[in-house]
Design a protein around this ligand. Structure first.
Ligand code: IYR
Length: 222
């Protein structure tokens, strides 16, 4: 075993408490305006914005720094169409056969259905894959840890970065979504985690009237 290599954490910057309070407040004020949209404009988005958001996602804390994620970016209309066809097939099954009644009832306020035109219209679809393990240069299996947690955190940072850049997202989870492996050319030990739809909201877009839980409901201070 090698000794760990440590370096001074010179990137950490302590701020005055008043500034900390302001930053925490302003961040919440910004984040509370993030909404999932289901109608996207077809306006293009500069690729470097997406690239920087992906780099931000890649900074996520994760199990043993294995960084067990892979992001596949789709902007090509033909590939988007294939994804839409497969996703709508699964959603058709879900809405007409697979979903239990109480699940459909819970979805009713969101107004979702089996039609997913945004999969073709939005400029970018991001397939997020969780690598349960990987193969090293010698073809040996290398273990990954806390994969779902790690990919979940990276996805949260990605959504936040896209929102901070001025873009809208939709976390889409056609189920099952194994078809994404084939269309996106990813090996079978990578599991599709979710499909993130990215772009500008359609002009005049409407969103469901929903509310978020209060602090008392989501947190306990012991
Ligand atoms: N995947 C389906 C159903 C769906 C499920 C949940 I949980 C949602 O929060 C939203 C939709 C669909 O995308 O329509």
């Amino acid at each position: 075993m090698r000794d760990p290599n440590f370096v001074p954490h010179t990137d950490y910057e302590e701020r005055p408490v008043s500034e900390m309070k302001k930053r925490a407040f302003e961040f919440y004020e910004d984040m509370k305006h993030r909404r999932t949209v289901r109608d996207f404009s077809d306006r293009t988005v500069p690729r470097d914005i997406i690239e920087n958001c992906l780099l931000a996602a890649g900074t996520a804390p994760n199990g043993a720094n294995k960084q067990p994620w892979h992001f596949v970016l789709v902007s090509d209309p033909k590939t988007k169409k294939k994804i839409r066809v497969e996703a709508e097939n699964e959603e058709h099954e879900f809405y007409n056969r697979r979903a239990p009644e109480d699940w459909l009832e819970d979805l009713q306020p969101l107004g979702t259905n089996e039609n997913k035109p945004f999969l073709e219209k939005a400029p970018y679809l991001i397939g997020i894959f969780a690598q349960n393990y990987k193969f090293d240069e010698n073809g040996e299996k290398e273990k990954h840890y806390y994969v779902k947690e790690s990919v979940g955190i990276a996805t949260g940072i990605l959504i936040t970065a896209l929102h901070k850049s001025g873009l809208a997202t939709l976390t889409h989870t056609p189920s099952p979504m194994g078809f994404l492996n084939e269309i996106m050319g990813r090996p079978s030990h990578e599991k599709p985690f979710l499909l993130l739809v990215v772009g500008y909201p359609e002009e005049g877009v409407q969103v469901p009237e929903i509310s978020k839980k209060s602090l008392d409901e989501i947190a306990t201070f012991l």
